[in-house]
Design a protein around this ligand. Structure first.
Ligand code: PBG
Length: 337
C-alpha cells in the first residue's frame, strides 16, 4: 500500500470535512443564489391570447400583451424583483429611421402600461433602449452613409426612453453602445421630470455570436442579414476597454452596469465589480440559454444542474444579479430546494 503521507502524518487540514454533509456545505457556502438575484427577460408579440414558441429558444415564448399580467404574477409570487421586456415588432412597422421606437402606442409601451397597471410597484420593469427591434436594417442606431451615426442616434434614443418612461418603465437599459448615451439619456429623463427612472447601462456589451436566438425572437436577424455590430459593440479580445466603458457610464450617471454576454465574460464581471463596487449585472444571453437547452434536450447535460451551476457562477464572479431566460425555472428550483 502506498504511504499517504511521506512524513507519516495525516493532514491536519482536511477541506473535505466541510463538504461531507448537505448541512455543512450549506454552512460554508460562500455565495448563494436566490430568486431576488434574477431578472426575467420577456418577449412580447402582437395580438391577443397569443403565445408563440421561439425555435432557437426552446421553452421560451413570445406572449401577447393581454397575457403578460398573468405571466408576471407568477414571477412576483416566486420573488423575482424585475422583468425586462423585449418587443417583436411586425416587419411592416420597421423603417430605416426606426420611428416606431418612440411611438407611445408601440408594443413596448403597451406592455409596460399593462404590467404596471396590473402590478404597480410589486415588480420592477426594465425596458431596453436601442433601435434594432424597430429598424428595417436591424442596427441599434441610425445609419447615415453606411455608418451607425453616434450623435444623431442619441437624439432618437432619448425620444425612445421618454415614451418608455411615460408608459411606466422603472429602469431604462440602453443596449445600443453609442458613446455618451448615458449622460444624454439622464439629462433627457431629468429634463422631462423622470428623475425616479433608473439607468441600467449595458456598459460592456460585446459583439457576440451568442445573440443569435434573441435576434430570431425579436425578428431582427433577417433585417440585419450578414451585417454585424462591430463598429459599436465591443471586441471580445478586450478587457481593459470594458473598464473604461463602465467608468464612463458610471460617471455619466448609470445607476447599475451590466456585462453581456455573461459566461464567456466572467472575468469582466469580476473585474468590474472589484474595480467599481457598483451594482453589477450579467446577462446570460440567448445563446448561453440555447446551449444548455439544446444539450439537455439531447440528454447530454442535466438541465437543472447546468442551469443552477451557470447561475451561481455569476454570483461567485461578483455579479449582484443576472438577466436570464431561466429566471422562472431557476426560482422554482430554488424554492423547491
Ligand atoms: C438589442 C439587444 C440585443 C440583446 C439584448 N438587447 C441583441 C443585439 O445587440 O443584437 C441580446 C440578448 C440576448 O441574446 O439574449 N440591442
Amino acid at each position: 500500500m502506498p504511504t499517504p503521507d511521506p512524513l507519516g502524518r495525516f493532514p491536519a487540514v482536511r477541506l473535505r470535512r466541510s463538504r461531507r454533509y448537505a448541512w455543512s456545505r450549506a454552512l460554508v457556502a460562500e455565495t448563494r443564489l436566490s430568486p431576488a438575484d434574477l431578472i426575467w427577460p420577456v418577449f412580447v408579440c402582437e395580438g391577443s391570447g397569443r403565445s408563440e414558441p421561439i425555435a432557437s429558444l426552446p421553452g421560451v415564448e413570445r406572449q401577447s400583451v393581454d397575457r403578460l399580467p398573468h405571466a408576471v404574477a407568477e414571477a412576483i409570487e416566486l420573488g423575482i424583483p424585475a422583468i425586462a421586456l423585449f418587443p417583436a415588432t411586425p416587419a411592416e412597422r420597421k423603417t430605416p429611421d426606426a420611428r416606431e421606437a418612440w411611438n407611445p402606442e408601440n408594443l413596448m409601451c403597451c406592455a409596460l402600461r399593462a404590467v404596471k397597471q396590473a402590478h404597480g410597484e410589486a415588480i420592477g420593469l426594465v425596458a431596453d433602449v436601442a433601435l434594432d427591434p424597430y429598424s428595417s436594417h436591424g442596427q441599434d442606431g441610425l445609419v447615415i452613409d453606411g455608418y451607425v451615426a453616434n450623435d444623431e442616434t442619441l437624439a432618437a434614443l432619448a425620444q425612445q426612453a421618454l415614451v418608455q418612461a411615460e408608459a411606466g418603465c422603472d429602469i431604462i437599459a440602453p443596449s445600443d453602445m453609442m458613446d455618451g448615451r448615458i449622460g444624454h439619456l439622464r439629462a433627457a429623463l431629468d429634463g422631462a421630470g423622470f428623475e425616479r427612472v433608473a439607468l441600467m447601462a449595458y456598459a460592456a456589451k460585446y459583439a457576440s455570436a451568442y445573440y443569435g436566438p434573441f435576434r430570431d425572437a425579436v425578428g431582427s436577424a433577417g433585417a440585419l442579414g450578414k451585417a454585424d455590430k462591430k463598429t459599436y459593440q465591443m471586441d471580445p479580445a478586450n478587457g481593459d476597454e470594458a473598464l473604461r466603458e463602465v467608468a464612463l457610464d458610471l460617471a455619466e450617471g448609470a445607476d447599475m452596469v451590466m456585462v453581456k454576454p455573461g459566461q464567456p465574460y466572467l472575468d469582466i464581471v469580476s473585474r468590474v465589480k472589484r474595480e467599481f463596487g457598483a451594482p453589477t449585472f450579467a446577462y446570460q444571453v440567448s445563446g448561453e440559454y440555447a446551449q444548455i437547452a439544446a444539450a439537455a434536450e439531447r440528454g447530454w447535460l442535466d438541465r437543472e444542474g447546468a442551469m443552477l451551476e451557470s447561475l451561481i457562477a455569476f454570483k461567485r464572479a461578483g455579479a449582484d444579479g443576472v438577466l436570464t431566460y431561466f429566471a422562472l425555472e431557476a426560482a422554482r428550483a430554488l424554492q423547491a430546494g
